[in-house]
Design a protein around this ligand. Structure first.
Ligand code: KG4
Ligand code: ZN
Length: 374
């Protein structure tokens, strides 16, 4: 790589192949990855190591922040060493270190962020603070080169948003959830049904033997025509119905109904966003990313919706749908390419909207205590 002054912006742009170590610790996965980004936009994952804390949290039915942070402290050095070994690289071969700086459980975020800063300082490398959501936004590019712009549905345990992605650091939000994220709804309903944690995959397995048309569930925000989501009513209704299930078939039918209802809402809001997006862009590509994108019913429903509106459909490879560090390394490399490196005193942020201007202008969705959770 060569670093040269970009006199138009005053930033230092990096050219040539870029090899970046990425770290992810914002929830319950300690992850490290090395990604090489070529000048032509091809991303090669040289290693991707993920230590899942599922077993540490399973007894509590959800992620316990204190336990997560402590586990990240124990695991981060070993996970990073493995990622470097599996990539067969030493630090001298890196062009930068990227770490998730938020949003997420701040105790965990601080672990990866501090470790990444220390590694960058010790080796004299540029440091790049990455928004976890930006990582999900670029994750489809880990499978193959994808041109900007595209319409993105980011749907995970902590987030549910529709975004117009014009490039790295250049995204605007078309809609978001006003209460829970879709993955959170999957998890909480699954918990009410006694399916354990994480609930999404368990609920999908149970739904496979159910009939989704037998149980009616409430639909949200019927009076609105925007691209916002709401899952709390569905969560309450389904959790109540879970107590009334008698047979295994009842439970399977409820799981199928929940899955259909979530897929339907995601599809309806995406449809509205597609219409708005198509007025501004000729290149019609719809990308779905985040853990819930691993759900086959959700994927196929969204794929059909995209096809109906003339959008090509793309989802990241399954391994990069849920939290991983390869997406953080890639976002870091793309930022490095543009000279968007970070100060070493960058703080961890529990809330960090991708489209900060929009979030601040709209109090319902603002970051901070009064904002929606996701
Ligand atoms: O992206 P992710 O790993 O973490 C966040 O950033 O939140 O997403 C995790 C979420 C969890 O809520 C999990 O239940 C959900 O994705 N999920 C699924 C499936 N696999 C993961 N939800 C439904 N069906 C699945 N197969
Ligand atoms: Zn995530």
């Amino acid at each position: 790589m060569t670093i040269g002054a970009d006199y138009s912006s005053g930033r230092e742009r990096a050219t040539g192949d870029l090899t970046v170590l990425g770290l992810e610790t914002s929830c319950d996965e300690t992850a490290a990855s090395v990604v090489r980004l070529s000048a032509d936009g091809t991303a090669t994952v040289l290693s991707s190591v993920i230590h899942s804390q599922i077993d540490d949290h399973a007894a509590y039915g959800g992620v316990v922040p204190e336990i997560a942070a402590r586990s990240h402290v124990e695991m981060i050095a070993g996970v990073t060493r493995r990622a470097m070994d599996e990539a067969s690289l030493n630090y001298a071969a890196l062009d930068g270190v990227a770490a998730t700086a938020g949003p997420g459980l701040v105790g965990g975020v601080m672990v990866g962020l501090s470790f990444g800063k220390a590694a960058a300082l010790a080796r004299g490398l540029p440091f790049i603070a990455v928004n976890h959501l930006e990582g999900h936004a670029v994750s489809a590019r880990l499978g193959r080169p994808v041109d900007y712009p595209f319409l993105l549905l980011l749907v995970s345990g902590g987030h549910c948003q529709l975004l117009e992605v014009r490039g790295i650091g250049d995204m605007s939000r078309l809609g978001t959830t006003i209460d829970d994220a879709a993955g959170e709804a999957f998890d909480k309903i699954a918990k009410a049904m006694g399916l354990g944690y994480p609930g999404g995959p368990a609920l999908e397995r149970l739904a496979a033997t159910g009939d989704g048309s037998r149980i009616a569930l409430p639909r949200a925000l019927l009076d609105r025509k925007d691209c916002d989501f709401s899952f709390s009513g569905l969560k309450t209704a389904a959790s109540r119905l879970a107590q009334a299930c008698v047979t295994d078939q009842d439970r399977a039918d409820l799981a199928a109904a929940v899955q259909t209802a979530i897929a339907r809402q995601l599809s309806e809001r995406s449809e509205r966003a597609m219409k708005a997006y198509a007025e501004r862009h000729d290149h019609r590509l719809f990308v779905v990313a985040g853990g819930v994108a691993a759900n086959r019913t959700v994927r196929s429903t969204l794929e059909a919706t995209a096809a109906k509106h003339g959008f090509a459909f793309l989802a990241p490879p399954m391994a990069y749908c849920t939290d991983n560090a390869a997406m953080i390394a890639l976002a870091g490399a793309e930022r490095l390419q543009l000279g968007l490196t970070s100060d070493i005193d960058t703080a961890a942020r529990p809330r960090w909207p991708l489209d900060e201007a929009r979030a601040l202008a709209d109090p319902v969705h603002a970051p901070g205590r009064k904002g929606a959770k996701a």
